[in-house]
Design a binder for this molecule. Structure first.
Ligand SMILES: [Zn+2]
Length: 249
């Protein structure tokens, strides 16, 4: 019988299907492996920012291609998570009900650490949450995910008089988006203008994150990368903003 360590090594080498992972977990349970050892079996194939980006790209392709296989495979996978969580990426996304992060990336339980707030803006609570993900969960990637038809970004394009009629806390939130839509080039097409505003907001929030010492340090050491994404509701596809020139405000 092969040892758990060999199994672990193998799962790093192979791109396991969820069914295969489920089978390995079941084998480990039968062998009497500890919960900690079983937890190690999960997602051991995602160990770098590049692999994390690839896993999200592959998952999104399954989602928009109608091949989604998540969120849950079975009771064993769920049980293997009792000891703790080992998400490989953190996502700062919008609260919009049409953008459920795990579904969009076809990810299962315990894989993504998610902050959702209208307009995917960086605020105190969200920043602390992402710092926790970096320091204590050892994630390899942070994604700021904007989306088509974002109501929060549309609100930031309203007149100051209109914004003044909103509740105070909502005004504060809109205020965090405003700088990224203020210097938009003139675009006549409304849909194209909104897309540009959303993407600019993603870039802007990425820049804010990158000014935070914990994020800076983790990026400099190679632990994480901070990237952006634009989710298109109609197609289900995410456009990834990965290179520096795509992320520049
Ligand atoms: Zn939104």
């Amino acid at each position: 019988m092969s040892s758990l360590r060999e199994d672990e090594l193998q799962s790093r080498l192979l791109d396991l299907t969820p069914e295969e992972l489920q089978r390995r977990i079941l084998q480990a349970v039968r062998r009497g492996a500890s919960m900690a050892e079983i937890a190690d079996l999960k997602d051991s194939d995602v160990a770098t920012p590049e692999e994390a980006i690839q896993a999200l790209m592959d998952g999104n392709a399954r989602f928009f291609g109608g091949q989604a296989r998540r969120p849950e495979i079975g009771a064993n996978e769920r049980r293997a998570q009792i000891m703790g969580q080992t998400p490989y990426a953190a996502v700062l996304a919008c609260s919009d009900s049409r953008v459920p992060v795990e579904l969009v990336f076809d990810q299962g339980l315990g894989q993504l650490f998610v902050v959702r707030v209208a307009g995917n803006v960086v605020g105190e609570g969200g920043l602390g949450t992402l710092e926790y993900a970096i320091k204590h969960l050892d994630v390899h990637l942070i994604v700021v995910l904007g989306h088509e038809g974002c109501g929060a970004v549309a609100a930031a394009l309203m007149s100051p008089e209109e914004i003044a009629q909103e509740p105070t806390n909502l005004q504060t939130l809109i205020g965090r988006i405003k700088p990224s839509v203020e210097q938009l080039p003139t675009i006549r097409d409304k849909k194209a203008r909104m897309r540009e505003a959303v993407i600019n907001n993603v870039r802007h929030q990425v820049q804010i994150l990158r000014r935070q010492p914990v994020v800076q340090e983790a990026e400099a050491s190679g632990q994480i990368r901070v990237i952006g994404g634009f989710y298109e509701i109609g197609s289900g596809a995410v456009d990834f903003l990965i290179d520096e020139d795509e992320l520049r405000v």
